[in-house]
Design a protein around this ligand. Structure first.
Ligand SMILES: [Zn+2]
Ligand SMILES: [Zn+2]
Length: 237
């Protein structure tokens, strides 16, 4: 199986949506629906793929804003989300009290569950629950690519200062779900971070964070002020 990954970024938040396709079968999924779904629709047409599902790493507004328009163009494909944030999609209940933006309710919602592989056509994703930024945050893995949602920002750990965030859970998830992945996966070129500047292909958008965290946590000790800070927080978890 040959997997191709392409990102589109909106201009408002620089949030990436990803098109993940099996080049042999032309089955595809969209990961996250940013503010410019028309870019994704165009890409899907260009690539000539069949989208089998839309997968959400979580439901912050910049990750779901384009859902309705995407579904309009793709038809009623299932939208997959972790149960902890199901109501945001199913009932249009806002994720954050700080940004009480409701999204239109969507009917065809399926679950992303920790440890249960998610199948979409010929594509199969491993689901890792990485909450903390938001309660239902997940990291999706296919082959040697990781979609971390906002558990990681490019070059940093995700935000955990919202009312329903949990900084300890975030770091615990990174430590137990991401830093325990096979060594060869924890390389910058495998991490598809959501917030990057500009529209970039996976192979052009390195994210050094996992490598950085590894170094920060190595027995030889961290270097640099952020590394010290991270180690201090990890010791609390
Ligand atoms: Zn977010
Ligand atoms: Zn985000």
């Amino acid at each position: 199986m040959s997997i191709r990954i392409t990102a589109t970024a909106d201009r408002r938040y620089g949030t990436n949506s990803y098109l993940v396709e099996d080049e042999d079968t032309k089955d595809a999924v969209v990961i996250d629906a940013n503010f410019e779904p028309e870019q994704m629709v165009r890409l899907i047409r260009e690539r000539g793929v069949t989208v089998r599902a839309i997968l959400l790493t979580h439901t912050d507004v910049d990750h779901v804003a384009g859902l309705a328009e995407l579904l309009q163009s793709l038809g009623p494909v299932p939208v997959a989300v972790h149960d902890a944030e199901r109501a945001v999609i199913l009932e249009g209940k806002p994720l954050r009290s700080e940004f009480a933006i409701a999204t239109p309710p969507i009917g065809n919602v399926v679950s992303l569950e920790e440890g249960k592989p998610f199948q979409a056509g010929s594509l199969e994703f491993e689901v890792l629950h990485t909450p903390g930024h938001s309660p239902g945050g997940v990291t999706l893995r296919i082959g040697d690519a990781l979609f971390t949602g906002d558990a990681l920002f490019a070059g940093s750990v995700g935000r955990s200062d919202f009312r329903n965030s949990d900084g300890r859970a975030l770091l615990h998830g990174i430590k137990t779900r991401l830093l325990t992945l096979p060594e060869e996966l924890q390389q910058e070129e495998h991490v598809c971070s959501v917030h990057l500047s500009g529209s970039k292909r996976l192979d052009q958008s390195p994210d050094r964070l996992l490598v950085y965290l590894k170094t920060a946590l190595s027995p030889n000790g961290p270097s640099g002020p952020l590394a010290h800070y991270l180690v201090a927080i990890f010791e609390l978890c």
